[in-house]
Ligand binder design. Structure first.
Ligand SMILES: [Zn+2]
Length: 321
């Protein structure tokens, strides 16, 4: 998910700032209780030897008119009401996944950093609350290059925030955003996003490795192409101990409209038709296989399952039916 940076939207974000204070949330089995401080809702789970948790980077503030451009507002409202989404702008949470396995500390995406929206950019605080210093992160894996996923990779001095990490990205996604022509060929309102992505990729170029669809990029972690939201968007399947989980990124970008009506085009998808096909395929697979998921913008920490519903599907957060 992305949004063109604008003063009006930043202002809204400041007004809408809300934090949910939680202490010692433990959804996983056999995981230690962690003291969470002043971060939005997070969640955790174990898959065999893989210890997975989500860390909140805060949340975004997105106008409905952008997210649901071209859709019937009354029909969208009905779905949002059913999903108990409050009136007005949408406030998607931002769930960064942290994986601990053997001596690896792996982040999937890096949040948006301080310069995007005032209610986002809180990943470092969340990492600190989880007892992880930036220097301990061994790998940073990207789903795609939108600001709320990539821009947090640099610190205030434009150096990589995670000094000892290897950075990893799908080859197709890299090729698209590293191409200097993308800023002029992408639709106008996305040009600043392309410039911002390219600048960050240049800093990381020497230490970033690329991978393809289906590749096991780390033990227990396989890349799963989920194109459409961006040209080379990647999801990641974690598998161990007979359990599996798909880190969706923004392949399914919300838990309401895109679950209820997967075919409807979403304003933040760059190729909305391809994104809808990807979404339909993933929802079918996830519901059928009862595979766990992490949605980057799903509620309640983002971990849960996809269930079939009377119309379409619904998201069942971990711990709820
Ligand atoms: Zn996003």
């Amino acid at each position: 998910m992305y949004i063109a940076l604008s003063g009006a939207l930043i202002g809204l974000g400041e007004i809408m700032d809300r934090r949910e204070f939680i202490v010692g949330l433990t959804a996983g089995i056999g995981m230690p209780t962690l003291a969470w401080a002043k971060t939005e809702l997070s969640s955790q789970i174990s898959l065999g030897e893989l210890q997975v948790m989500t860390l909140s980077d805060g949340h975004l503030t997105l106008p409905r008119s952008m997210l649901f451009a071209g859709l019937d507002p009354a029909a969208v409202d009905r779905i949002l009401q059913r999903s108990k989404v409050a009136q007005g702008p949408i406030h998607p949470p931002i769930n960064v996944t942290l994986l601990r396995h053997a001596d690896r500390v792996v982040l999937f995406d890096t949040g948006s950093g301080p310069g995007f929206q005032s209610t986002a950019g809180q990943l470092v605080t969340a990492l600190d609350a989880a007892g992880v210093g930036p220097e301990e992160v061994t790998h940073v894996v990207f789903t795609h290059c939108h600001p709320d996923h990539l821009w947090g990779v640099l610190d205030d001095f434009d150096d990589p925030l995670f000094p000892n990490a290897e950075y990893m990205m799908g080859q197709v996604e890299w090729d698209y955003w590293f191409d200097p022509n993308t800023a002029s060929t992408i639709s106008g309102d996305r040009a600043s996003m392309a410039v911002g992505a390219r600048r960050r990729l240049e800093v990381m170029e020497e230490r970033l490795s690329r991978f393809g669809d289906g590749q096991e990029i780390l033990p227990g972690v396989a890349a799963h192409a989920s194109y459409g939201h961006t040209p080379g968007h990647m999801s990641f399947e974690l598998r161990d101990g007979g359990q599996s989980l798909l880190i969706l990124g923004d392949a399914i970008g919300n838990h309401h409209v895109s679950f209820s009506e997967p075919e409807w085009h979403i304003g933040t998808d760059q190729d909305a038709e391809t994104a809808a096909k990807t979404r339909r395929r993933l929802l079918d697979m996830l519901a059928h296989d009862q595979m766990q998921v992490i949605g980057y913008h799903f509620p309640k920490g983002g971990i849960g399952r996809v269930l079939k519903a009377k119309s379409g599907y619904r998201f069942a957060p971990r711990g709820e039916g």
